[in-house]
Design a protein around this ligand. Sequence first.
Ligand code: SAM
Ligand code: SF4
Ligand code: FES
Length: 370
Amino acid sequence: MRREFRRALTAAAAGRLVGREEIITLLAALPGEEEEALRRQADAVRAASVGDAVYLRGVIEFSNYCRCRCHYCGLRADNRKLARYRLSPEEILACARQGAELGYGTIVLQSGEDPYYTAEMIASLVKEIKSMGLAVTLCVGERPREDYALWRRAGADRYLLKHETANPELYQQLHPGMGLKRRLECLKWLKELGYQVGSGNIVGLPGQSLADLADDLLLLRELKVEMAGIGPFIPHPETPLGGYPAGDLGLTLRVLAVARLLLPFAHLPATTAVGTLAPDGRQRALQGGANVIMPNLTPPGYRERYQIYPNKICINERPEDCRSCLEAMVTGIGRYLGRGPGHFQGVKQDAPRHGERFGSILNLKGRKEN
Ligand code: SAM
Ligand code: SF4
Ligand code: FES
């Protein structure tokens, strides 16, 4: 093991505030001994901080309409080949009830950016699902602050809005008409409103460097996220990035492992995208820092049309099939399914001392803490 790698790993595992260069060193772990040492440390930190429970969050993909044109995503407005659908409130609530019956403590309502669903419609869905005794995570993109506030008052617990990439130029290239600054403003509002906030990034985007990935991790730490979704890029043929290679599984797992060292108490999902890249991808993620899985609750007839990338897993399985599959996966690696909502239990992480890059660059300074 190289000396600088050992030093960076020891510092990160001990909870010291490692900087950009040390994170790059960790992300560049050599296959074999270094990669395994990183995975083991992440697994040990996961066990010590969030324990052995794996929480299941049932995801309802209620609309595949989207007004955005993200260069990687199959739901982008420009993809005319996709058959679009919207679930009615009744269909959404039926899925949520099924989630409750399967024992999921949290329902995630996810969609493209679809203004058809007004703020009031979503607020009433949140209220109904909360009345079933479930926690609610929303993942519906950028909305005005008033909408986020209304949903929070309706009882929404968490909000997932990935920053996708912390490199502002790359962000601009990949998101026509959008900007990283606006994204971070939304995340700041969500924090102020008292949501448990999830963000995260895509690994292996064309043009992305290890330094960019280190910045992703520094940003997640600076935002003090309660959850971070870290998944590989998977090319979709009907998008501008359709001809590029998929993100590397090993690199994705290293980013995840470093995220666990930097954010010991955060919820880190073993993503569907990791499971799509390799049959054992989610198990490997769970054994390298992850503690959450997000099974699909979308009715089978609609699933194949929520095609953010091709060959997504679990397209033909029924929700109950995924439930038993995941229980077997989790117990098979010596862990157990968490009960209840599985809220963030962490302590406040130290304020960053490594330059506050994003606070100063993107004017996030002075945001209200909660
Ligand atoms: N529209 C909302 C948004 O963008 O926040 C929520 C739904 S969107 C489909 C959820 C996530 O899918 C995005 O945050 C993005 O990271 C991921 N995603 C989309 N296309 C992808 C691709 N080709 N490869 C990997 N992840 C992708
Ligand atoms: Fe729309 Fe989200 Fe896909 Fe972007 S990532 S095109 S916002 S669904
Ligand atoms: Fe869906 Fe395994 S999680 S079949």
